[in-house]
Design a protein around this ligand. Sequence first.
Ligand code: ATP
Ligand code: MG
Length: 415
Amino acid sequence: MFESSDFSSGAIHVVERLQDRGFDAYVVGGAVRDLLLGKKPKDFDVATNATPEQIKRCFRSARIIGRRFQIVHVRSGRDIIEVTTFRGHHDTEGSDPAAQASQSGRLLRDNVYGSLDDDARRRDLTINALYYDTTAHALIDKMNGQADVTARVIRIIGTPADRYREDPVRMLRVLRFAARLKFEIEPSTRNAIAETGILLRDIPSARLFDEWLKLFMNGFSAPAFALLREHDLLKHLMGDGINVANHASAARQLQHQAMTDTDHRVAEDRPVTPAFLLAALLWPAAERRAGELMARGESALQAMHIAGQQIVQETCQHLAIPKRFSFAMRDIWDLQPRLERRPPKKIKDLLAHRWFRAAFDLRLLREASSEVNDECSAFWNAQQLQYPELVGSKRGRHESESRRRSRPRRRKPAS
Ligand code: ATP
Ligand code: MG
């Protein structure tokens, strides 16, 4: 059904080696789904009945990673193939140390192994529970995933509320795949989110930030945001600050424009940084807070500075924004009143600021959403034309060693 050339040589090698040693092994998940959709998979995951230790013994370059969910990374050339052992049922009531659940039913460890059938049932979505044997060229479809791919439906396997309780991040995955693939969400999969959305509060903020990156930095942030808003998950993901814009159409427009711009850049494979998008999405909150502080007598610059600190701190209760990004967000915000003032002696300094370009882009968004007039951007436009080599030339005070490394890996949009 698929050609061998549809798979990376690494994936085929891993499957063959495991099969040669007597194990079952299949390419599974996103890659099979994407191939059915006629898209080029971005990476390949393999599922097998070999345990992590057994997998490790098959490959020199294998490394076991993860605790909550052990997986093995096998390096093959430039590829890394993620190999997982079939997961089984667990008795989370018992004392089995391989499976532990929190009070709300959330799985804290999930290392009970099982059969292929068990493994298929433990996956999140029917469209992600497809297995392909690259040697026999056989598709194994235990959960009717192929029909859902054809019908373009996102459907949770099992009882949605139970599956969300086991792992609330599945709610974000449902919305992510719906946004990315432009699929409909099956009604019971969708409806259960209202009941369990609040459980996202228990998810470690670092894992939420990982999910945030997948939702917002891959070329479909605008539709993802719309779905998150519709299901009222934004506040659990990003805190209350994100909803400040709900009450002002200019602010909503600014957020929307920031996302569509980011999505276009991703589509064109131009660089994007989470710092800019976060600064834009939370600008309405930062601006309002600064206004409140000014009303209490703070200067414009000081008010912006304190507001930035507070909004970042509040957002980080939910989302573990790495410092290199949160410092940049605050710089972008701090620059807003400074750009506005255009102090003659500081023009070149401001132009050279590491985050000048991002701050200028935020200013443009503010003007386009007609919050402020466009004299300011016209002025800075002229300055940039006059001193092009200065723009962003100064490494910022919080500049980390490498600018490249601070960016998430970009990938071509899925659609
Ligand atoms: P992508 O193209 O984004 O990588 P993917 O489907 O491969 O999509 P991964 O996050 O790489 O998604 O996960 C690999 C597979 O593991 C999924 O296809 C799914 O079957 C399973 N999986 C991942 N996360 C969960 C989860 N939280 N609960 C259940 N199954 C999951
Ligand atoms: Mg994957």
